[in-house]
Design a protein around this ligand. Sequence first.
Ligand SMILES: O=C(O)CCC(=O)C1=CC=C[C@@H](O)[C@@H]1C(=O)O
Ligand SMILES: [Mg+2]
Length: 368
Amino acid sequence: MKIEKFVLRKMKMRMKHPFTTSFGTVQDKVFIIVEAYDDQGFCGYGEGDAFEIPWYTEETVESCWHMLRDFYIPRLLHVDFQHPSEVRELLSVYRRNPMAKAAIETAIWDVYAKRMNKPLYQVIGGIRNEVEVGVSIGLQPTSEQLYEKIEQALQNGAKRIKVKIKPGNDVELVKTIRARYPDVPLMVDANSAYTLEDLPLLKELDAYNLLMIEQPLGADDLIEHATLQKELKTPICLDESICSLKDAKTAIALDAGRIFNIKIARVGGIEEARLIHEEASKEGIKMWGGGMLEAGIGRAHSVAIATLTDFTLPADTSGSRHYFEEDLIIPEVVVEKGVIHLPEKAGIGYDVNLDAYERFTTEYLICK
Ligand SMILES: O=C(O)CCC(=O)C1=CC=C[C@@H](O)[C@@H]1C(=O)O
Ligand SMILES: [Mg+2]
């Protein structure tokens, strides 16, 4: 297959509520869409989910735009390849920048699935057409607001609750949630806000029967995570630390975490995510699909990857309406009793809502 044209779009969607983590607050979701048009007239969509500010990883919307426009599109345009798994190799001459790579690679997977006339989740090896989901709750201004969000999530059938923590807003927070909801499947995510100096505090979290502690230490702190895991009963889940298959292998060798949160965006695409899944499965690492506050297209890709065999824990992917008044796909992603049912249509399985799509576009570039 050949891609004869790419279109890059910069998009902006207002989120219903600000999302706050230990690193900062996102209110406007600014992101990139890649459209890939093949030689048979199929169009595939991918989403670039770096933030505007490099606080979750080092990439930004602008850095992704630059990588896509100046390197990845010229590298892939008019090139003949058999299968989207080859894109990983074709882009490997360029170092890192996984979110930019994922944006274009996922678009090519979507085109390929449409050519095969099969749903993407089946083409990538998914084994189920529904995915259990939990919810990720950002830091809230008051505990009342936090309880309100938890209450809402439980009413909607969320399979587990994840709350963000940061220094000064951690053990006491978890203690009060546990007192109120003794049996709720609960986990915390620190987004790298701690160091090993916080060991005594992190050990206190062991008392609250958490499913896992997500990314307590720095993205580069694999050795430190291994030291911490030895001290904790609660499993550590790695997020920011796993940006490639190589990172996954190192983490496994060090026993730096027993669970992986897998985001296609963070690891550079579907193929890298599949390889990590294969490796982690062999080693008994549990997995689940993470989220990037995606709009519909990225959300569809994230749900598809969560259908792989060993994604056995609830994913972070909420429905479109959780974050946005209006999404850019039809139908929107819907969660019913904590489950997303995957569409059986070819490709990502959702159509672009052209009206909303144009309204959310702030800039575009045609490359052919
Ligand atoms: O998309 C979702 O619902 C998950 C949101 C979420 O928890 C995160 C999204 C993006 C960066 C982080 O803030 C965070 C995470 O660390 O998983
Ligand atoms: Mg996380």
